[in-house]
Design a protein around this ligand. Sequence first.
Ligand code: HEM
Length: 235
Amino acid sequence: MATKTSSRPAATARRTTIGLKILMAGTGLVFIGYVLLHMYGNLKALGGEESFNTYAEHLRTLGEPMLPYAGLLWVIRVVLVLSLVGHAYAAFTLWSRAGNARRTKYAAVKTAMRTAWMRWGGVFLLLFLVWHLLQFTILKFSVNGDKQGASIQNNPYELVVASFQVPWNTLIYVLAMVALAFHLSHGTFSAQQTLGWTSTPHAYRRAKLVGHAVAAVVVVGFLIPPLSITFGLIK
Ligand code: HEM
């Protein structure tokens, strides 16, 4: 009887841990979908000013007249913010639980290093996102001394080109994309594991491969426009 009573909190903790992992996986999949779409949209910069700005405007007129101007964009923003809150909450809660467990049990070195990369990489990505949104969405500044002001703020293509003509800004994005590559690769695999898609050796290998493929596509696709601008292929 005594054993039964004392195992109840452990069972509850196990259940909520599984719930938190499902929350991480689900919200992670929302991000994967979003970054794939965002990366595709950014590649329009290769088509020049009209192609990129038309795409930026379409993002805002999509769903009209059923939805108001920028209505769909706001739906996407709300879904992303809710997903971010859920993802970060689950991550920090699992983080603190693992921290308590570590006193009694040592994880293998490889797992411990991967966990550290996921945690600190995730914190770095969060800081990057703050910088990114301030730069391109909220304040709209190019960090390029002589290219500032209203004309650039009202022209998404000009804002992007002026911003990536500044090498240190490009470097921030390259570092963030390296962190994103690692996070996406392991995160995509973990999400599949949580959802029970890795139960056979074949499924396990496939899940690893999907993780690497998603990371490679997203990072290469994201870096093409900034690097093309920095190296003068887009002017
Ligand atoms: C090299 C990488 C990236 C570049 C060049 C880039 C570029 C841009 C640009 C130009 C905008 C403004 C679009 C507009 O207002 O029309 C934007 C917005 C945004 N980006 Fe990125 N981005 C990159 C990576 C990322 C990543 C990794 C994330 C993470 C999820 C992200 C999340 C967002 C979000 C949430 C917005 C705001 C959309 C909105 O609400 O208007 N971006 N990005």
